[in-house]
Design a protein around this ligand. Structure first.
Ligand SMILES: NC(=O)c1ccc[n+]([C@@H]2O[C@H](COP(=O)([O-])OP(=O)(O)OC[C@H]3O[C@@H](n4cnc5c(N)ncnc54)[C@H](OP(=O)(O)O)[C@@H]3O)[C@@H](O)[C@H]2O)c1
Length: 232
C-alpha cells in the first residue's frame, strides 16, 4: 500500500542515467521526495547516494523499477527510446489506478544506426503515444522534458533555461506542468493532446543538430515568446 509521501514522490526509472539523475537532483533540491529506479538495486542506491552528496538533506531512495512504482504518483521514464517498451511492459503489473507515467524518450535515428539529428517513425506516432498504448487504461501518459539538456540539469548553480512542452490529458498535464515550476529556469507549457509529443520529440533531434553546428557542449534549449505569464 502507498505510504504518506505517495502523492508528492517522483519516481524516475533509469534515474541512474544522465537525464534521469539530472531531473532527480533538481527535484530533490526543490525538496520533493525522489525515488531512483533501476534494473539493479545497487545501481539505484549508488545514484541515490550521489544525490544525497550533492543535495544534503535530500529525501531520496533507490529501488528496482517495479518497486519504486509502488511508492509514487508520478513516474518518469528515463530509459533509452529503444528500451522504453520493454521497460513499460516490465512495470505494467505494478502500476496503480490514477498514476501518471511521463514519457521523455526521443526516437532518435541513432537507435537504429542513423544520426542523432534525425528521428525514426514510431507506429503509434511518437514515443509518448507508444507508452500510452502500453499502459493500463486507468494510468495516465504524459509527454514532457524531451527538450531539456542533461548537462543543464546537473549544474545546480545555474537555472536550466528551457520551456517544457507538456502534452496529455488535461488534469495530468497540469500536474506535470506544475512540476516544471519546481526547477529554476524551467517553464511548463500547455502542449495540448499527447499527439503533440510528435513535435516535441522531433525538436530534440533539431536541438542536437544545433548543439553540433554551434558547438554548444551544455546543450541548447527552447523558449516560446508571447505567452501570458500564467496558464490561466
Ligand atoms: N541525455 C539527455 O540530454 C536527454 C535529453 C532529453 C531527453 N532525453 C531522454 O531521456 C531518456 C534517458 O536519457 P539518458 O541520456 O539518461 O539515457 P542513458 O543514460 O543511456 O540511460 C538511462 C538509463 O536507462 C537504463 N537502461 C539502459 N539500457 C537499458 C535497457 N536495455 N533496458 C532498460 N533500461 C535500460 C539504465 O538504467 P539501469 O541500468 O540502472 O536500469 C540507464 O542508466 C532517453 O529516453 C532520452 O531520449 C535525454
Amino acid at each position: 500500500m502507498a505510504d504518506s509521501s505517495f502523492d508528492d514522490a517522483i519516481a524516475i526509472l533509469g534515474g541512474t542515467g544522465e537525464q534521469g539523475l539530472g531531473l532527480a537532483l533538481r527535484f530533490a533540491r526543490a525538496g520533493r521526495p525522489v525515488l531512483i529506479g533501476s534494473r539493479n538495486f545497487e545501481r539505484a542506491n549508488a545514484a541515490a547516494e550521489r544525490i544525497r552528496t550533492a543535495v544534503p538533506g535530500a529525501k531520496v531512495s533507490g529501488g528496482e523499477n517495479s518497486e519504486v512504482c509502488l511508492r509514487a504518483q508520478v513516474i518518469i521514464l528515463s530509459v533509452p527510446f529503444e528500451n522504453t517498451a520493454s521497460t513499460v511492459k516490465a512495470i505494467r503489473e505494478a502500476l496503480i489506478e490514477g498514476q501518471i507515467v511521463v514519457s521523455m524518450g526521443v526516437p532518435l535515428a541513432s537507435a537504429t544506426g542513423g544520426p542523432a539529428t534525425q528521428i525514426i517513425g514510431v507506429w503509434q506516432g511518437s514515443c509518448a503515444e507508444m507508452v500510452a498504448a502500453l499502459l493500463p487504461e486507468d494510468v495516465h501518459a504524459v509527454s514532457a522534458f524531451q527538450n531539456v539538456a542533461a548537462h543543464r540539469l546537473h549544474d545546480l548553480d545555474q537555472p536550466v533555461e528551457c520551456d517544457v512542452l507538456v502534452s496529455g490529458d488535461p488534469q495530468p498535464r497540469k500536474r506535470i506542468m506544475a512540476l516544471c515550476e519546481l526547477v529554476p529556469g524551467l517553464r511548463g507549457i500547455d502542449g495540448g493532446p499527447i499527439a503533440n509529443a510528435r513535435i516535441a520529440e522531433s525538436i530534440t533531434a533539431l536541438l542536437i543538430g544545433l548543439n553540433i553546428r554551434y558547438r554548444v557542449s551544455d546543450g541548447t534549449g527552447i523558449r516560446f515568446t508571447g505567452l501570458p505569464d500564467s496558464d490561466s
